[in-house]
Ligand binder design. Structure first.
Ligand code: FAE
Length: 557
């Protein structure tokens, strides 16, 4: 059977009931997460994700034949699933993380930033917080090993933070929804028409993500943004443009948090381990819309391990069903007409590199695994004078940054330090221009994929960030904090929140994400972007996915 007729047959002849567990499927999905009852949270954006996406949860049965399998439920995967479903295609999504729809014993789905527990980290027995020290004291602590929401994935030269669960990075990120300035776009994705991106796909992505802007009048007087106003004052006194950026938090909900009218989330410091309320994460946007089509199902706690051509057409996909300790409790094999790789830059980059180099997909080209970058991420803090307090109450949702991209190659997000106490610190995540690109390499002796990143490469990013902060420190008579990332360590140069690349557009794939070497295999996530977006990346990942899936639906299906 040809690949095309396989898909057509699969779409026509297989109902969802035949390839997912039947009536028990939704309960089955919940049961995977533990014994606690499904939640019913407050209305509006405060409501739990379950309210809108529980109908998606339907673990796939071994032996199923499906038209489309999407690997991962982050931005790229959610766009692919929604648009394919709207085009009449049944889609199944495999997600290695949990569904995050069930509260723990404290009544909350996600753990608080200041009180990490097993829900916080992906399969770690000790937290690995981005800021590992405070005032000279280590702040990491032991936790039970669990399939938590934030993965701090260690490679030789860098720790890559990623979201794990239905919704991918949208569960744990800061919600800064930034469209890069049009002038810098051609350098980011040289083979993509900026006209179409800025006229069609960025607006489409922003609309579907629910991107909006904070009420500036409210912001000017809000206690929780004092830290940002101090950031603005210091930026502007040194002559740097201070730019407000949109976000995906429900700003009206935040106002109600400040007024004490609803449960606090951003104002309770929730962010990197998930937001219990307020953030318009993918389960409330793209995935909720996907659920409404009735054509999309999700297997949480299912990790795709192998994809290889099937004898009768399509692809044989192997999935490990995990328990919450990360152990494989079942291995399933299904057949998919098409596979969309959306495991994120690291997930997709590692998986494709391994599949090529271990013989499962040997025709993938030599560009697979290459072009990986850290979006030039580097963090730092500054110690303010006692007359410049940044506030004990800090909203965990950043709203603005310092733009020195053209002159110094840096855009610095004025970030919160939501400790609950006055720290007199200003904290920044800088996104910098960096020429450094690493690659994923299969390591047969160790049986794993390595990343060739070198910690010393961050010096370019530090230099770029210093174009902003050396000047501000000189002007303000202040110094860098040296107690946040280790003893006497100024720069958070050991990590990234923004992995990009690993299966770059128009190199590992064609100009729309079709993998070279195989019909019916696609990349549709941050792996397509060659290492940098110049700003926070998820809007660009979403917009590019919108562009590519539109073309794929029009021409391949
Ligand atoms: P992603 O969202 O990572 O989704 C991939 C999904 O695939 C994950 O759920 C994985 O668990 C799953 N997966 C991977 N491998 C497999 C497999 N083999 N089988 C099954 N499932 C698999 O990918 N970006 C912004 O624009 N603004 C921000 O404010 C911002 N803040 C951030 C803060 C933090 C702490 C972090 C970690 C990231 C932040 N980001 C931010 C980055 C942003 O979340 C990230 O670029 C996107 O989530 C990447 O989207 P993808 O679709 O590529």
């Amino acid at each position: 059977m040809s690949e095309r007729s396989f898909s057509a047959e699969a779409s026509r002849g297989l109902t969802r009931r035949r390839f997912v567990t039947g009536t028990g499927s939704v309960l089955g999905g919940l049961a995977l997460l533990g014994p606690t009852a499904p939640t019913a949270y407050a209305a509006g954006t405060g409501e739990a994700t379950a309210a809108r996406t529980d109908s998606l949860l339907a673990p796939i049965e071994s032996g199923a034949r499906i038209p489309v399998l999407v690997v991962g439920t982050g931005y790229g995967g959610a766009v692919a699933a929604l648009r394919l479903a709207q085009a009449g295609v049944d889609v199944h999504m495999a997600e290695m993380g949990m569904a995050w729809d069930t509260p723990g014993s404290d009544g909350k789905i996600f753990a608080n930033t200041t009180r990490p527990d097993q829900r916080s980290f992906w399969l770690r027995t000790r937290t690995k917080q981005p800021l590992c020290q405070f005032l000279g004291y280590p702040i990491d602590k032991d936790i039970p090993r669990y399939t938590g929401a934030l993965d701090a994935e260690d490679f030789a030269g860098i720790t890559v933070y990623q979201g794990r669960g239905v919704g991918g990075g949208s569960l744990v990120n800061g919600g800064m929804a930034v469209t890069p300035r049009r002038e810098i776009f051609p350098a980011l994705l040289p083979t993509v028409d900026p006209g179409a991106m800025y006229d069609v796909y960025y607006p489409r992505a922003n609309q579907a993500l629910g991107v909006g802007s904070v009420d500036r009048a409210w912001w000017e007087g809000a206690d929780c943004y004092q830290y940002a106003r101090v950031g603005r004052k210091h930026a502007e006194r040194s002559g740097f443009p201070f730019v407000f950026v949109p976000g995906v938090y429900d700003w009206d909900y935040m106002k109600q948090e400040a007024a004490g009218a609803v449960p606090r989330s951003a104002l309770d410091g929730e962010v990197i381990y998930g937001n219990n309320h307020g953030k318009k994460s993918l389960p409330k946007t793209y995935l909720a819309q996907a659920a409404a089509t009735g054509r999309v199902t999700v297997s949480p706690l299912h990790e795709v391990t192998t994809v290889t051509p099937a004898a009768g057409g399509g692809y044989t996909v192997t999935l490990n069903r995990l328990d919450t300790t990360g152990a494989t409790v079942e291995t399933k094999t299904v057949t998919a007409g098409r596979v969309f790789f959306a495991g994120g830059s690291v997930g997709t980059g590692k998986l494709l590199t391994r599949l090529r180099d271990t013989g499962a997909l040997p025709a993938l080209n030599d560009q697979v695994g290459k072009g990986w970058g850290d979006n030039g991420n580097v963090m730092c803090g500054r110690a303010n004078h006692l007359w410049d307090p940044t506030g004990a109450l800090q909203s965990s949702m950043p709203t603005a940054g310092i733009d020195n991209w053209d002159a110094g190659g840096a855009f610095a997000e004025v970030a919160p330090l939501p400790t609950g106490i006055e720290t007199f610190a200003s904290f920044y995540l800088a996104i910098t221009r960096t020429p450094r690109r690493a690659e994923f390499r299969w390591n047969p002796a160790a049986g794993r994929v390595d990343l060739t990143w070198d910690r010393a490469w961050k010096q370019t990013s530090i230099d770029a960030a210093k174009t902003i902060f050396d000047k501000i420190n000189a002007k303000e008579g202040t110094v860098y904090r040296s107690d946040l990332f280790g003893a006497y360590k100024i720069w958070g140069d050991h990590l990234t929140y923004h992995p990009l690349g690993g299966a770059v557009l128009d190199r590992a794939t064609d100009n729309y994400g079709r993998l070279h070497g195989y019909t019916g295999l696609y990349v549709i996530d941050g792996a397509l972007i060659p290492g940098s977006t110049g700003v926070n990346p998820f809007v660009t990942i979403t917009a590019l996915a919108e562009r590519n899936i539109e073309k794929i639906i029009a021409t391949d299906l």
